[in-house]
Design a binder for this molecule. Structure first.
Ligand SMILES: *Cc1c(COP(=O)(O)O)cnc(C)c1O
Length: 384
């Protein structure tokens, strides 16, 4: 009854964890959920107000433009210029997405033939792999190892893989490792992509969530990046808008055109009222972003110092809202955390084979809950 491509999919990690969480809650456990990367903070009021106003205008009630309202694409271009100094033609180099997950899920449809290799960061956002499988491509995992600062080692990719590699997925600030990438790395990526005729898709979902004065770059700032790549981004993490479903794909005009053809045939765009509110988000005051980062920083510091006080070795991330921690056995650790301490964290293996031996904490809960999690770990004897 089912198509083979469904059998090929790995089980969706969060679905399994959701089932276990539901079971624990049914048993009356007060779970501290540091599992899912969904901000607990609300969308800033001026953005919600803009949505309400736009939704009352009947002009927004029709099918949207497939590629996004020109005004929205213009706002994205303005934001990219202001934030990264990257100049984009809103008509040819910007596309609206129904969240960056949608973009990542559909990009391989435009570029990958059955049997082509896609180079996929491992550990990585699970959709890089599943979108490749839907397009009947083959995944070649690029291990992100601590000794390489969680950057892929392009020299380790076999020649025969490179011959039929069509696309690669990378993303910094990185989910799940919390690692960041330098401009040197992005320039090395451009050279590698040009030498091997590979399209780069850089997932920049966390560029605005950073601490201690660190500012994340865009891949498109790298010299030559516009020749080889696309960047996906979204309002989800920047403005606490995960439920709204809006993002953007920007980059090389030819690639945008091809991907746009896929989207035109699959979806009918993003509700215009959401696009209008997103224009307000991108072009309006940005203090809300700084305020959110200050909240995450306090939580990050509480979690990192708490884990260190328990004897764990852990790096304090400069960006993203994830703390990636080494443990002897990730699946065993996660089970112990949920069963004994009522704390949900994500096993590294859920992000790929190279995530084995790590767990991911998401700092998407208030600082008092994070402190309570540390207390519970201490009481349960969960130490490094
Ligand atoms: C959250 C996330 C996304 C998807 O976000 P959208 O809400 O679909 O825009 C993409 N990539 C990574 C790495 C993420 O963590």
């Amino acid at each position: 009854m089912y198509a083979k491509r469904l059998d090929n999919l790995p089980p969706y990690l969060f679905a399994q964890i959701d089932a276990l969480k539901a079971q624990k809650r049914a048993e009356g456990v007060d779970l501290i959920d540091l599992g899912v990367g969904d901000p607990d903070l609300p969308t800033p009021k001026h953005i919600v107000d803009a949505l309400c106003e736009a939704a009352r205008d009947p002009a927004t009630h029709h099918y949207p433009d497939y590629l996004g309202m020109l005004e929205y694409r213009q706002a994205v271009a303005t934001w990219y210029d202001r934030r990264f100094g990257v100049k984009l033609d809103p008509k040819k180099e910007v596309l609206a997405l129904i969240g960056s997950k949608e973009g990542i899920a559909h990009i391989p449809e435009a570029f990958v033939n059955p049997g082509d290799y896609v180079l996929v960061s491992d550990p990585g956002y699970p959709v890089y792999k599943t979108s490749t499988l839907f397009a009947e491509g083959k995944c070649h995992p690029m291990p992100l190892l601590e000794k390489n600062n969680f950057l892929p080692d392009y020299s380790a990719i076999p020649k025969d893989v490179l011959k039929t590699a069509k696309l690669m997925f990378i993303g910094y600030p990185n989910n799940p490792t919390g690692a960041v990438a330098s401009m040197d790395f992005f320039e090395e990526t451009v050279d590698f992509a040009k030498d091997n005729d590979i399209i780069v898709v850089h997932d920049n979902a966390y560029s605005e969530i950073s601490f201690d004065g660190y500012k994340s770059p865009s891949f498109l700032e790298a010299k030559g990046a516009m020749d080889v790549g696309l960047e996906t981004h979204s309002l989800s993490k920047t403005y606490n808008m995960t439920g709204w479903r809006i993002g953007m794909c920007v980059g090389n005009a030819g690639l945008i055109e091809a991907f746009g053809r896929v989207k035109t045939n699959i979806d009918s765009g993003v509700f215009d009222a959401i696009q209008r509110a997103s224009i307000v988000a991108l072009t309006g005051p940005q203090d809300c972003v700084d305020e959110a980062c200050a909240v995450y920083k306090e939580r990050r510091d509480a979690l990192v110092s708490g884990l260190r006080s328990l004897g764990f070795e852990v790096t304090s991330p400069k960006a993203s809202f994830y703390v990636w921690m080494k443990v002897p056995d990730s699946v065993e650790f996660v089970a112990k955390m949920i069963n004994e301490a009522g704390i949900v964290v994500t096993p590294g293996t859920g992000f790929g084979a190279s995530g084995a031996g790590y767990v991911r904490f998401a700092i998407t809960r208030p600082v008092d809950r994070i402190n309570e999690a540390i207390d519970r770990m201490n009481e349960c004897g969960i130490r490094g």
